[in-house]
Design a protein around this ligand. Structure first.
Ligand SMILES: [Zn+2]
Length: 107
């Protein structure tokens, strides 16, 4: 029996109304960003790069690898770094972000 496969590009195109080629291009950018982030050596060094409205659309780019993330991803990344460094839990986002700024850049 032939197994059906899920066509994510087609589904996203249908939901968004964007042409499949445009969805595919956006998805390729996501893959490239992920590849940059996963190849980064050591701890990312994020800086705010843009606001797209109300402060919630701020994105952060790593000055080492060029990968970028949204605020939520940065928050959870910072919490993970705090845990890896055995900092007391629970750690507030501001404390985690402050700690990130204190980590020496070895790369
Ligand atoms: Zn990085």
């Amino acid at each position: 029996m032939a197994e059906k496969t899920y066509d994510g590009i087609k589904a996203r195109s249908s939901v968004s109304g964007l042409p499949e080629a445009e969805v595919n291009g956006l998805w390729e950018k996501v893959r490239e960003n992920h590849a940059r982030l996963t190849k980064c050596q050591g701890v990312h060094k994020f800086e705010a790069i843009e606001k797209t409205g109300g402060g919630l659309g701020v994105r952060f780019r790593c000055t080492k690898c060029g990968g970028d993330v949204n605020r939520d991803s940065l928050y959870w990344y910072a919490i993970g770094v705090a845990a890896a460094l055995c900092q007391p839990a629970p750690m507030l986002a501001a404390e985690a972000l402050l700690m990130l700024s204190r980590i020496p850049d070895n790369g």
